[in-house]
Design a protein around this ligand. Structure first.
Ligand code: PEP
Ligand code: MG
Length: 543
């Protein structure tokens, strides 16, 4: 048995084989062959499998993100059916007497150059596609050599790191848990794991030799421990722990439908954070009183191109209607920093966390911002929607953002499109600048939501992504607590409500403090909703 320790960032016990998620490209070996016909048959078979995969991907993407975004898989499919492509591979096999892998590699390179040299932008973009689809063929020819996104059996994923973009593409049903060498508790991948209620451990360092691939393992997300080839004692212990957690969750069921009120009658809303519409079920199952933070950027992360207004509308509507009249706070796009999306063509920056991200992108690229706002307003006709702008540092940004919402509302009115005229508009308080000008900002908006993850990062000057500085990233630092207190006061002085949607909101050692400060809403990962409610029900602020 091997025991590997890291930081537990999403509790729960996962039991299953360990699978390495290796993003490295394999080296293709060109080998002489004896029988060209056999090689061509291998190619035909691999092509058929890849086509079937693409058909499946197209169908599931169409359902999840709409036809336009799914079209990429159709393009890939057409490339595999293209006679020029097919003939090129077969000719190379015959003429050079080499294996299929080598012929596919050469063909991919030939077509990549051809597309890249074309004048037409659309055709230029196909250069990357022909490489992608050829890589898919290589994966089919050599399954297991290059671990991709697809898992055949439910597994615990091990990786150096998993970006938020990669995490959303993993098949939820097959991911039992994940463990990464890098990362920290407030990376978006860790947050996503909590919102999906998937056990996760990060920051185990370079202790994950690839030789463990496929070995039976147990991951304990609470203690931050990975057991590889666990012995019988550990297995029995962790099985019992898994059962205990299950029972504890069942016990909490009794709290569903009850308001979150302290013994002295102080009420606070307990909402859930949502990183992806797919996690909505978890929020509903755990009886969240609303969605306090819908991280809309994940729709952009899982897509190969800008999601259209209709695609975004479909996703927002699903969540808004699913919450059945309960409030859904949709945060506008917070791309940038760790959430990089290729098709945005963001500049390479030395300090992306302090660079072009969130509202800065939206205000400088109105076409993206307005498309999103239109989709959100259209979804507002189906429930109770609020809009929230991230990374605010000035009153000017808020003025501009609000002006865009007015423009969009005017457009929709003119077009006769239904929407809710009373959509609340708020901002995230996640920069020290926003705290310091809290009174001015509070007079402009309907609510504040405090993003303690970034507020901690910017107040303490500690990169939240940097696992090496994890010991200094202290969201309970007195400076951060003071900032929260100031933001709450500024909001209440202006008569608006204020919530906390950063991870600190789930820290039950602070629940009483937040209640005493007067925080109106706590938005936490779905798995924490009922635990937090249980805690609130035991508190008495008269004491
Ligand atoms: C935060 O910064 O606290 C927050 C909730 O936003 P995110 O974690 O998505 O940056
Ligand atoms: Mg933030």
């Amino acid at each position: 048995m091997h025991i590997i320790n890291g930081v537990g960032v999403s509790e729960g016990v996962a039991i299953g084989p360990l699978r390495f998620f290796d993003k490295k490209r394999i080296e293709i070996d060109c080998e002489d062959i004896d029988n060209a016909d056999e090689e061509v048959a291998r190619f035909d078979k691999a092509r058929a499998v890849a086509c079937a995969q693409l058909d499946e991907l197209y169908e599931s993407a169409k359902e999840k993100v709409g036809e336009e975004s799914a079209a990429i898989f159709d393009i890939h499919r057409m490339m595999l059916d293209d006679m020029d492509y097919i003939e090129s591979v077969i000719d190379i096999i015959h003429e050079q007497n080499v294996n299929t892998e080598c012929a596919v590699m050469q063909t991919a390179e030939k077509f990549r150059r051809l597309f890249a040299s074309m004048d037409n932008d659309y055709m230029k973009e196909r250069a990357a596609d022909v490489v992608d689809v050829s890589n898919r063929l290589q994966d089919v020819l050599n399954p297991g050599l290059r671990e991709g996104f697809e898992l055949d059996t439910p597994s615990i994923i091990a990786a150096v790191d998993i970006s938020p973009g990669e995490a959303v593409q993993l098949d939820n049903d097959k991911v039992l848990g994940f463990v990464t060498a890098e990362g920290s508790a407030v990376t978006h991948t860790a947050i996503l794991a909590r919102s999906m209620m998937i056990p996760a451990v990060v920051g185990v360092g370079a202790k994950l030799p690839a030789g463990f691939n496929g070995k039976p393992a147990i991951l304990d997300g609470a203690s931050g421990t990975l057991y590889i080839e666990p012995d019988d004692v550990v297995e029995a212990e962790l099985n019992a722990k898994q059962n205990r957690i299950r029972k504890q969750r069942e016990m909490l069921e009794r709290l569903k439908g009850r308001p979150s009120v302290t013994l002295d009658g102080t009420k606070i809303d307990v909402f859930a954070n949502l990183s992806h519409p797919a996690a909505l079920d978890k929020a509903i199952e755990n009886a969240a009183e609303g969605i306090g933070l819908f991280r809309s950027e994940f729709l952009f992360l899982e897509s190969d191109d800008f999601p259209t207004e209709d695609e975004q509308f479909a996703s927002y509507k699903k969540v808004v209607a699913g919450m059945n009249g309960k409030k859904v706070v949709i945060r506008t796009l917070d791309i940038g920093a760790d959430k990089q999306v290729g098709y945005f063509d963001l500049p390479d920056e030395a300090n992306p966390a302090m660079g072009m991200r969130a509202i800065r992108i939206c205000l400088s690229r109105p076409e993206i911002f307005k498309t999103q706002l239109r989709a959100i307003y259209r979804a507002s006709a189906f429930g109770n929607v609020a809009i929230m702008f991230p990374m605010i540092i000035s009153t000017g940004e808020v003025e501009e953002a609000l002006r865009f919402t007015e423009e969009v509302m005017d457009e929709l009115r003119r077009e006769g499109v239904e929407f809710d005229e009373g959509v609340e508009r708020g901002i995230m308080i996640e920069t020290p600048a926003a705290v310091m000008i809290g009174s001015e900002l509070a007079s402009m908006v309907d609510f504040f939501s405090i993003g303690t993850n970034d507020l901690t990062q910017y107040t303490l000057a500690i990169d939240r992504q940097n696992a090496g500085l994890g010991h200094l990233y202290d969201a309970k630092h007195p400076a951060v607590m003071k900032m929260i207190e100031m933001a709450v006061k500024a909001a209440h002085d202006a008569g608006i409500w204020v919530g906390i949607c950063g991870e600190l909101g789930a820290d039950m050692s602070l629940t009483e403090t937040f209640l005493r400060m007067g925080v109106d809403e706590l938005s936490v990962s779905a798995g924490m909703v009922l635990l937090l409610r249980e805690k609130i029900l035991t508190l008495d602020l008269r004491r």
